[in-house]
Write a protein that binds this ligand. Structure first.
Ligand code: HPA
Length: 270
């Protein structure tokens, strides 16, 4: 981890936000556009942020929306880095680290996920109450601690902050949005799960499965930050239907508005 670059990235985020960030938002596939217009500020391409990995050719937008949202200084990252692209864990968590070093105390992580809970339907929203890190790796592996990390062994009880979960439920109720409580399993991907793998995930307690978020949560917790997470269920396993990226993106785009309402509600009440 190049600390100078991280400091420079944090300084840029602070400068653009007009002070210490309150909150960082990571937008999942298909949610890119939703918050952009609501944040009063600027859009900065990742290439202008020191040390930020560059999005791959087929990758997501790769830009940070920085400014004010409901009276809070926020950055919303549109485009994240995944293990399945061959990224190192340092790259996967770089946006989280940069925002944390720019002062962000709260992280709102969003993703598109496949449902393994048979009660879920495409388009449903899930509040992440806990996670299964099944990626086989961790951003905390290594000789050095993360910049800003002070203890080696990180507690992961209530990794998703109870007070933010409660707040999220209230916001959902206010907007009449159905929000399941569920456990998110994070895998490396990029193959979608076989029916046997989906059944296995269900057996070990997962409600949804995806290819992101879990390492970001570990990094944020290692730095003592609060995390709240939302999964948009874009497809459901166990129906016999194949899983396609097109279906995932279509559903994400269709339900992005509800995700935005939840994120905005949380930010407004921090
Ligand atoms: N599996 C893994 N990741 C996903 C899925 C899925 O079914 N849907 C959206 N992201």
């Amino acid at each position: 981890m190049k600390r100078k670059r991280l400091q420079a990235a944090a300084e840029l985020l602070r400068d653009e936000a007009g002070g210490d960030l309150d909150c960082a938002i990571v937008l999942g596939s298909g949610f890119g556009a939703v918050l952009r217009d609501r944040i009063a500020g600027k859009t900065i391409p990742y290439k202008k942020i020191d040390g930020m990995p560059l999005p791959g050719v087929a990758g997501h937008a790769g830009e940070a929306h920085i400014g004010m949202l409901h009276g809070r200084r926020v950055v919303a990252f549109s485009g994240r880095f995944h293990l399945y692209e061959g990224r190192a864990t340092d790259e996967v968590i770089y946006p989280v680290l940069a925002a944390a070093h720019a002062g962000a105390k709260t992280f709102v992580l969003t993703n598109a996920a496949g449902g393994v809970n048979p009660g879920y339907h495409a388009g449903d929203l899930m509040l992440i109450v806990d996670q299964l890190n099944l990626t086989g790796t961790s951003p905390l592996i290594g000789e050095d601690l993360l910049p800003g990390q002070t203890v080696r062994f990180i507690d992961m009880v209530d990794a998703y902050a109870p007070h933010l979960r409660e707040l999220a439920r209230q916001i959902a109720a206010e907007h009449a949005i159905t929000l399941h409580d569920g456990i998110y399993a994070g895998l490396a991907g990029p193959a979608y799960e076989t029916p046997a793998e989906a059944r296995y995930l269900r057996t070990i307690g997962a409600d949804a499965v995806g290819m992101s978020t879990v390492l970001e949560t570990i990094a944020a917790r290692a730095l003592g930050r609060d995390v709240v997470g939302f999964s948009l269920i874009t497809n459901v396993h166990g129906t016999g239907a194949p899983t396609s990226h097109e279906e995932v993106l279509e559903t994400a785009v269709r339900s992005a508005e509800n995700v935005a309402r939840l994120v905005e509600g949380v930010v407004a009440n921090l």
